[in-house]
Design a protein around this ligand. Structure first.
Ligand code: C2E
Ligand code: MG
Ligand code: MG
Length: 325
């Protein structure tokens, strides 16, 4: 047994609090506690906030979260989950050299949901692999349909979450889908956001190595958006470095950002990795990237993410050519 005098008196305990104001005359204590707990849970992972009051906004947020959790299976089954594509342009030639698969949820009840409305929730509740598996299969299915119709194809990159590696054998799944639809490995690229690589987990390292040894290209996504650790660039073997949109956003109002972008592009090239800049919105952005020697570019200037059929029309209207594969 321990006496209280054995305990370290200097120990600091951080407390999180959830608050629910009782404004009723006859409060339901149980319900009030539940609400306070939900408010508390909502700041669990936050280092900057220690308490939260249950209010209308939180109620609405939790309601939307619950909807996502309750309906994800149905959304996958009934194909309310859609894959949109955004083209990637080879800067030197102006040709379409790839496309990124970006998920959307078009729900008959609540309407259009963008990734910001559901990805984080699905990650939090360990359901994200359901979406990512669906996207991988849909991308393979679309490839097969295009190929069978004799239409041009370019490699498509899909976004993986760190949890995909923990919740399912995503490497094995990708391989199975690739075989099922007879897709060459070179037509499927895998984007992993930089923050995932940052936490130095052995699992991510083993799995990305497995993918790369099988012949897939690994792209580092969102580089520069978080706490970039340059170490990641030497710790992992990868093929494309995606400069986050924040770079071009600051370029618009800060002349020094241009220099930084140029250096990061040089850095990637020095590591034999292709630099790709995201968030190209203007002709000036594109001209700058050409000068800076960026290899690939992606952004609204070329096209928004769209359903495959609409993207094909945009590409035709703009007279863009497909790079030969
Ligand atoms: P991301 O992979 O970095 O995707 C780029 C985001 O930037 C996309 O937002 C895209 O629509 C947007 N974007 C593209 N060009 C421009 C531009 O010129 N200007 C601006 N302001 N934005 C541009 P989206 O589609 O809303 O996706 C957001 C994030 O959600 C993605 O960031 C990715 O991290 C995640 N995500 C999307 N699809 C999937 C998926 O299938 N699986 C997983 N796990 N995550 C996904
Ligand atoms: Mg991405
Ligand atoms: Mg990105």
């Amino acid at each position: 047994t321990r006496r209280s005098s054995d305990l370290d008196a200097n120990k600091r305990v951080r407390i999180k609090a959830g608050i629910y104001y009782l404004d009723d005359r006859m409060p339901e204590v149980g319900l009030a506690c539940d609400h306070a707990r939900l408010a508390c849970n909502s700041v669990k992972g936050r280092h900057d906030i220690n308490y939260c009051v249950y209010d209308e906004m939180l109620r609405e947020k939790l309601r939307r979260q619950q909807y996502v959790i309750d309906h994800i299976d149905e959304a996958v089954e009934k194909a309310y989950i859609k894959v949109f594509y955004q083209p990637v342009i080879r800067v030197r030639t102006g040709e379409v050299c790839g496309a990124e698969a970006l998920v959307r949820w078009i729900d008959p009840t609540v309407g259009f949901l963008s990734p910001a409305d559901f990805i984080e929730t699905l990650e939090q509740f360990h359901l994200i692999h359901k979406v990512d598996e669906y996207v991988v299969e849909q991308v393979c299915r679309d490839y097969r349909a295009l190929k069978d119709a004799g239409e041009p194809v370019v490699p498509v990159s899909v976004n993986l979450s760190r949890l995909d590696f923990e919740l399912c054998d995503i490497v094995d799944y990708i391989e199975r889908m690739r075989e099922k639809y007879d897709v060459p490995r070179s037509m499927l690229d895998l984007e992993i956001t930089e923050s995932v690589l940052n936490d130095n987990s052995d699992l991510i390292k083993t799995e990305t190595t497995r993918l790369r040894e099988a012949g897939y290209h690994i792209w580092i996504d969102d580089f520069g958006s978080g706490y970039s650790s340059l170490n990641v660039l030497t710790e992992y073997e990868f093929d494309v470095l995606k400069l986050d949109l924040v770079f071009l956003r600051s370029y618009d109002h800060n002349p020094r950002a241009g220099k930084l972008i140029s250096y990061v592009i040089q850095l990637a090239r020095g590591l034999d990795v292709e630099p790709l800049t995201e968030g190209v919105e203007t002709e000036a952005h594109f001209a700058f990237l050409k000068d800076a020697g960026c290899e690939r570019a992606q952004g609204y200037y070329f096209s928004k993410p769209q359903p495959l059929d609409e993207l094909k029309k945009t590409i035709a209207e703009k007279g863009l050519a497909y790079e030969a594969v």
